[in-house]
Design a binder for this molecule. Structure first.
Ligand code: 5AD
Length: 446
């Protein structure tokens, strides 16, 4: 059986927790872990472990064994705050506000709460809500369901954008090949290694995404070599996000030790996809994502919300197309017009549409993680991130790209956190999450 099937069949394998857990038993290749009194499972491929060991797991994989003394210190630190945070989260996730929502909204959301099937038209009704009370109740229900199935765990991954060279020409994207005004950069292998090293040893990241445009300079062998070098010196769950590399390329990444792939399909509408990606086809993109899952990667995928020519119905179809790909994590962010692209004259979507997308996604898949995206934060700098969390999201990505390059990874303008140090981003993330009672379980405590 491919390992992704094993993984998806584990009840809580997709919980990530950078707070160490203690191995209480074995179940084949899985370890059973005690985590604040709860039983969790993780898939062990990389480490020699025995009963009684303390481990870190990410995305359901054991990535590191922690010396007992260190583990006890961390657990001691967390013990009190962990349960306090849970109380805050539980309080904020209470269901109220149903009284002011319209009858049809309440009837549909009752179905969600009772785990009954919601049909396409009903989902579309939710995605098209305009009334503030109705939308407010939709977000409440989505957050309630998030709490019920995921508790207050929040994954915080780091992303390193190592090259903005791109041979693709996606109409919406600022780093598209035809944007000749953009200064291009490519980090050296040493720079990438140094960035990872710092993220892991100074900031305690346990999970990192390596992202770039479709840069011909880095072929699948080159990236695999890099993956090996990174994993040789770091205990890390590594996601690769470099566009399409084909099944052979993906297999090379897997053999080198990467266990995640981040690739959006952007839109699941064939015609819209062709318009936005003149030389590419949706079928190839979907085949690539399916192949990643079949090989055993954790898949992060999703689409753009509010791209020109898209209807609410299309967004809903995107949600179901994403669900069919069994992702570990969903990433749906707003389209933001870039001045140096053919779509410069278009408008971004309303923030509410992005939040409704997150909420409907949460109802459609109670198990998947959902990112509150940087694009959503950019659309609404003040509230976007936390509103995403209060509408069903439970994951975050912080930008680890060295500051001198970050502004050049200019996929859309005015990207938030462009000039903030990693330390500042972490402090702000912890502050935001604590307010909401979420435990930032993927940031270490060094
Ligand atoms: N607005 C929002 N997201 C964008 N992306 C690229 N260009 C834009 C834009 N103008 C997203 C794409 C891609 C990811 C790396 O960045 O969805 O998958």
């Amino acid at each position: 059986m491919p390992s992704y099937l094993l993984l998806t069949s584990l009840p809580l394998a997709n919980m990530c927790y950078a707070i160490p857990g203690k191995i209480t038993d074995f179940d084949g290749k899985k370890v059973i872990v005690d985590y604040f009194g709860e039983k969790r499972y993780a898939y062990n491929e990389f480490k020699e472990v025995k009963k009684g060991d303390y481990i870190y797991a990410q995305g359901g994989f054991v990535i590191n064994v922690v010396p007992e003394k260190e583990a006890m210190e961390i657990l001691e630190f967390w013990k009190e705050s962990f349960f306090k945070l849970r109380e805050v989260d539980l309080r904020l996730a209470r269901l109220e506000g149903s009284g002011v929502a319209g009858e049809k909204t309440r009837i549909i959301l009752d179905k969600a709460l009772e785990g009954r099937k919601i049909d396409f038209e009903e989902y579309l009704y939710l995605l098209s809500l305009e009334d503030e009370n109705d939308m407010g109740y939709l977000f409440k229900v989505a957050n309630f369901i998030r709490q019920k199935h995921h508790k207050n765990a929040c994954c915080v991954h780091g992303i390193i954008e190592f090259s903005n060279f791109c041979s693709s020409d996606c109409l919406y994207c600022g780093i598209r090949k035809s944007n000749r005004t953009l200064e291009r950069y490519r980090m050296s292998e040493e720079e990438i290694l140094q960035t990872v090293r710092e993220a892991v040893s100074v900031y305690g990241f346990k999970s990192i995404v390596l992202q770039s445009g479709e840069d011909p300079h880095f072929d699948a062998d080159g990236i695999s070599f890099l993956i090996r070098r990174i994993l040789k010196e770091n205990n890390l769950l590594l996601f690769i996000s470099v566009g399409e590399v084909g099944e052979r390329g993906l297999k090379k990444f897997y053999e080198a030790g990467a266990r995640g792939v981040l690739i959006r399909f952007e839109t699941s509408d064939k015609e819209l996809y062709s318009k936005l990606h003149p030389r590419d086809a949706l079928s190839y993109r979907m085949a690539e994502i399916r192949a990643a899952g079949e090989i055993g990667f954790l898949v992060l995928t999703g689409g753009l919300v509010g791209v020109p020519g898209q209807k609410n119905e299309d967004i809903l179809k995107d949600i179901f197309a994403a669900k069919k790909l069994c992702p570990e994590m969903y990433t749906f962010g707003p389209f933001l017009p870039h001045p140096d692209t053919p779509l410069s004259q278009n408008q971004p979507p309303a923030v509410e549409l992005v939040l409704k997308t997150i909420a409907v996604l949460r109802l459609a898949d109670v198990n998947g993680k959902i990112v509150s995206t940087t694009a959503l934060e950019t659309l609404d700098a003040e509230k976007g991130r936390n509103d995403g969390f209060m509408a069903g999201a439970n994951s975050l990505m912080l930008n680890l790209t060295p500051e001198k390059y970050r502004g050049l990874y200019n996929i859309y303008p005015g990207r938030i956190h462009e000039k903030e140090t990693v330390k500042h981003q972490i402090d702000k993330a912890i502050e935001d999450l604590q307010k909401l009672g979420r435990a930032p379980t993927d940031i270490g405590l060094r």
